[in-house]
Design a protein around this ligand. Structure first.
Ligand code: NAP
Length: 284
């Protein structure tokens, strides 16, 4: 299959390229193409004529999206809309990646694909608008919701923790917000499996298990790094942020075919090994 990948320099984009074995991949970064530019998108899709457009590009600054909703909607709604339209025009399918932040967190139990979204933030609303545009404009779509994504080269919470552990004997971490930590490498492999199925629709692809708080994630990560840095649980009120976030956004899947990622703890263990290889072993 020929795949046109957008967002190639992001966490997921990098891991799709690293995991791909069997497809012809044309990988475009933000510098190569702004997905909010309709004519640019039509030009790229028309020139490469892919079988599938894989959108890993997004405006991911959840807090900045509160102050600049237009930027969030350009990246997360107009961008995927342009891609879905251009893909449909040349007979290509589309895989679009979305987020657990389309949910409000009030369910108190893991969210599946048929649960009702209710975003709390500008970022969440822009991502939901992107999902709806893709559904409306290209019937041959996969919509993949994921959560709490990390990989060694990206900017993410576990990597921030690693650098905090360099400087501090203890770190304070929020314990009353729960989600599904997801290794970008595991997500990339699951997506590459999904696109072989031809079973279009919505999928929740995130680290398996009952979910974790940021505190659980930090505790697991430091254990894997063999660090004795103390992790102190604190309420989210201790770290007020501009954007409201769901307190509980654990994802599960009831979709068929069931595509499951490994348990979230396995992703953290692999990440700890990768981070040690990249930046050194703090336990030594
Ligand atoms: N990271 C998470 O915790 C998380 C959680 C839930 C869902 N997701 C979703 O998972 C997907 C992949 O996320 P990720 O963590 O890989 O994101 P990422 O590391 O932030 O990468 C996103 C990439 O998209 C690019 N981009 C932004 N706006 C663009 C535009 N208008 N045109 C073209 N490229 C653009 C960015 O380039 P610049 O940096 O140059 O702007 C960046 O390289 C996204 O759909 C995201 O919403 C992520």
């Amino acid at each position: 299959m020929k795949i046109l990948l957008l967002g190639a320099a992001g966490q997921l984009g990098r891991q799709i390229q690293a995991s791909n074995r069997s497809h012809t991949l044309v990988a475009l970064t933000h510098k190569d193409l702004d997905i909010a530019d309709l004519e640019g998108v039509r030009g790229a899709v028309g020139a490469h004529r892919p079988d599938l457009v894989l959108n890993a590009a997004a405006f991911n600054d959840v807090d900045r999206a509160e102050a600049d909703a237009d930027a969030a909607f350009r990246g997360n709604a107009l961008g995927p809309r342009n891609l879905a339209l251009a893909a449909a025009e040349c007979g290509a399918a589309i895989l679009h990646v979305s987020t657990d932040y389309v949910f409000d967190g009030h369910k108190g139990a893991p969210y599946h694909e048929y649960d009702q979204p209710g975003p709390l933030s500008s970022y969440g609303r822009s991502k939901l608008a992107g999902e709806l545009a893709v559904k409306e404009l290209n019937p041959r779509h996969y919509i993949v919701r994921t959560a709490w994504v990390y990989e060694p080269k990206g900017n993410n919470f576990p990597k921030t923790l690693y650098f905090l552990a360099l400087k501090h004997k203890e770190v304070r971490v929020v314990s009353d917000v729960k989600g599904s930590p997801t290794s970008a490498a595991h997500l990339a492999r699951a997506i590459l499996n999904l696109i072989d199925t031809g079973a279009f629709g919505a999928y929740h692809l995130a680290g398996a298990g009952e979910g974790a708080s940021w505190f659980d994630l930090a505790t697991c990560f430091f254990r894997e790094l063999h660090l004795d840095t103390a992790v102190l649980p604190v309420p989210s009120t201790e770290f007020p942020r501009p954007a409201p976030r769901p307190r509980y956004s654990v994802l599960r899947t009831i979709q068929a075919p069931q595509i499951l990622l490994p348990p979230w703890q396995e992703g953290v263990a692999e990440f700890a090994r990768d981070i040690k290889a990249q930046f050194g072993d703090l336990a030594q």
